[in-house]
Write a protein of this length. Structure first.
Length: 72
């Protein structure tokens, strides 16, 4: 119990990080296409798209810092 390897916890959080990255990428793409295709663009829609982009790139940089690799 006291001498278990700590790698399993890191792997679990890396998997959660990858799932969040995928969800945020889809959200960012949806927001950006919504802004591109809309006729009357509101400031709220633009800020939502920028916020989604910032969240995605923040998690992307975090994954790069943690040396997370995607294996299929």
């Amino acid at each position: 119990m006291f001498f278990r390897k700590k790698g399993w916890l890191r792997k679990e959080y890396d998997e959660k990080l990858l799932l969040q990255i995928e969800e945020l990428k889809a959200n960012w793409k949806n927001q950006s296409t919504l802004v591109e295709k809309s006729f009357d663009i509101t400031e709220e829609a633009i800020s939502d798209a920028k916020l989604a982009e910032a969240k995605y790139f923040f998690l992307f940089k975090e994954a790069k810092k943690r040396n997370v690799t995607v294996r299929y």
